[in-house]
Design a protein around this ligand. Sequence first.
Ligand SMILES: C[S@@+](CC[C@H](N)C(=O)[O-])C[C@H]1O[C@@H](n2cnc3c(N)ncnc32)[C@H](O)[C@@H]1O
Length: 223
Amino acid sequence: MATTKPVNLWTSSDHVRDYLERAELISHRHEGEAALLEFIPPATRRFLDLGTGDGRLLSLVRGKHADTKAVAIDFSPTMLEAARKRFAAEPSVTVISHNLDEPLPALEKFDAVISSFAIHHLLHERKRTLYAEIYSLLKPGGVFCNLDHVASPSPQLHKEFLERIGFTVETEDPSNKLLDVETQLGWLREIGFVDVDCHWKWRELALLVGRTRIRDQETGQFA
Ligand SMILES: C[S@@+](CC[C@H](N)C(=O)[O-])C[C@H]1O[C@@H](n2cnc3c(N)ncnc32)[C@H](O)[C@@H]1O
């Protein structure tokens, strides 16, 4: 049986340009980004940024954690070009072209996996398997911070959110595949993440964070 490809407009350069023109102006995003920064452990040495776009979030976190290495993943040629331009003078950042619909490539482990406004473009079952892949890619004591669009509890609240960010139900991005916070927090816990919570939320924008357990230096056991 043929499978239908999920709608995802992010490989279109017009779609990307439209986003980049308004990215800075998205209501309350700075609050979400500031909250995310609080959860990055001071000892972080390696970041992975999923759906990096033009590298906006990675740039912000590296602004606070200068002596770090990072891998940034996206699949949009226009975004990849913008990210490569942004990090051209930073050899400690590797930008990789990869479709997140597919399993993550083999990579060394990370202290922090971050993402902003990207994972909601994946089908729900892929979100779940991606979360498990992220868990396997994190070192003990690592953190996953996902600032993302989530589903509203009612069509009315969805409509109101869209109006606040200048869209309507007719003009919203058909690439969006919104899922409620509770389901995603439940998945993170089932996978093995600890200290899982939604630490910041404004309407359909939410920061979901989970940590991997810390290994005791002496016993080798997980705390
Ligand atoms: C709304 S933009 C956010 C970009 C950036 N993280 C930011 O906060 O500005 C969504 C990003 O997710 C990327 N993306 C969407 N679906 C993807 C997929 N299947 N594989 C890789 N990247 C994807 C898009 O190319 C785009 O760069």
